[in-house]
Design a protein around this ligand. Structure first.
Ligand SMILES: Nc1nc2c(ncn2[C@@H]2O[C@H](COP(=O)(O)OP(=O)(O)OP(=O)(O)O)[C@@H](O)[C@H]2O)c(=O)[nH]1
Length: 359
């Protein structure tokens, strides 16, 4: 589970909103100015389009202040904005300098829509602008001289490439920073922040498709003794050792996180309480049967855990962690090296077994 798509989107939102707001204010001011100039020169269709874009900018400005759908509003504004630009270029009375606005397209598109959509929208509208330019000026030798045309084309291409490279590297460095911020440095597992992000996404999926999901809370037993007896560095190695075991026991769609100290949370998607118990048991047995060897010392580790099931045990991460923790503490009370299942599973198991699972 290494997708950072949603958190990256969330991180980009404030600056995209700021860029959109700046563009909207400039459209209001520019729209009023150009509409006045075009009214004075008798370019009524263009003046009407500019006034309409100005009015639409006011409406969008009000809408985006508290919107949950910024990306939709960006598209809803950018497409008419660029289309109005193309329309201005087709008007015979419009000055040739109106084509200079094309240079704005790659910058605005990339800042507002990111590298993929930004590039696609830029290439589309810049190509349309190029075709309009050729159709309009192909029989005007003064406009068709090789050098000025090459100048315009190369400048446009440079701005497109710079905007794209900037956006690609910005996204890469943001992804890297996000990864650092959401990874536990000692074990390389996810941290609480990452678990919380992934949980939000999976919570929606589980609700929409009615699929099960399970959270395991696992905690090493008597870990203080490991630290006291072998030293803190060896304690660290032990944490890395169990993190490796988690990775070996889990599927790519599961997420193991270090919640702090020697406690871990594991999110199992598409997994019900019964299956969650089986995974927890697999981990418990693997940890108990794979001792860590450090400088000829063979260190035997065990862990205890609790299982909580999305739905019966709650629908938020906080509720699931609380329920799984309760069962984890029960496992500690009952002697450790033990997993306490979710209640739904426990009631199913009762007729079969008199006690919870222990090797
Ligand atoms: N080496 C190392 N130790 C840590 C780290 N974080 C927490 N600990 C230690 O983990 C130990 C946790 O001790 P306790 O909370 O008493 O738990 P325990 O000894 O495992 O006992 P039970 O959980 O009841 O089985 C403490 O000694 C902490 O110092 C870490 O990052 N590295």
């Amino acid at each position: 589970m290494d997708s950072y798509k949603e958190p990256l989107k969330a991180l980009a939102r404030p600056y995209r909103k700021a860029v959109l707001k700046a563009l909207l204010v400039l459209t209001m001011l520019g729209g009023a100015l150009f509409a006045m100039l075009n009214l004075l020169t008798g370019s009524y269709p263009l003046a009407i389009v500019e006034l309409a874009m100005g009015a639409y900018a006011i409406l969008v400005y009000r809408a985006v202040r508290n919107t949950q759908h910024l990306e939709r509003w960006i598209i809803a504004y950018a497409i008419p904005f660029f289309t109005a630009m193309m329309f201005a270029m087709t008007i015979p009375r419009a000055s040739a300098t109106v084509h200079a606005w094309v240079l704005l397209i790659p910058i605005v598109s990339h800042l507002l829509m990111g590298r993929r959509l930004g590039l696609a929208i830029s290439v589309f509208y810049m190509s349309v602008a190029g075709i309009i330019f050729l159709l309009r000026y192909h029989d005007e030798p003064a406009m068709m001289q090789a050098l000025p045309v090459a100048n315009i084309a190369v400048i446009s291409l440079c701005i497109l490439v710079f905007s794209h490279v900037y956006e690609v590297t910005r996204e890469q460095s943001q992804r890297q920073l996000l990864k650092i911020a959401q990874t536990d440095t000692l074990t390389g597992l996810a941290n609480r922040a990452r678990l919380s992000d992934i949980f939000k996404r999976e919570q929606q999926r589980s609700r929409r498709y009615n699929t099960p999901m399970t959270l395991l809370a696992l905690d090493l037993d008597h870990f203080k003794e490991v630290n006291d007896r072998y030293g803190h560095d060896t304690g660290d190695l032990a944490l890395q050792h169990v993190a490796r075991i988690f990775r070996e026991c889990l599927r790519a769609t599961d997420l193991a996180a270090r919640l702090g100290g020697e406690e871990f949370g594991i999110l199992l998607t598409n997994t019900n309480g019964q299956q969650g118990l089986e995974v927890a048991e697999k981990i418990r047995i693997a940890v108990a049967s794979t001792p860590l060897t450090v400088n000829n010392d063979v260190i035997r580790l065990t862990l205890s855990g609790g299982v909580a099931e999305f739905g019966p045990d709650g629908e938020t991460l906080r509720q699931l962690v609380r329920e799984a923790d309760k069962r984890l503490y029960e496992a500690k009370d009952r002697g450790r090296n033990l997993i306490i299942p979710a209640e739904t599973t426990a009631s199913l198991l009762e007729p079969l077994e008199s006690d919870t699972h222990r090797a």
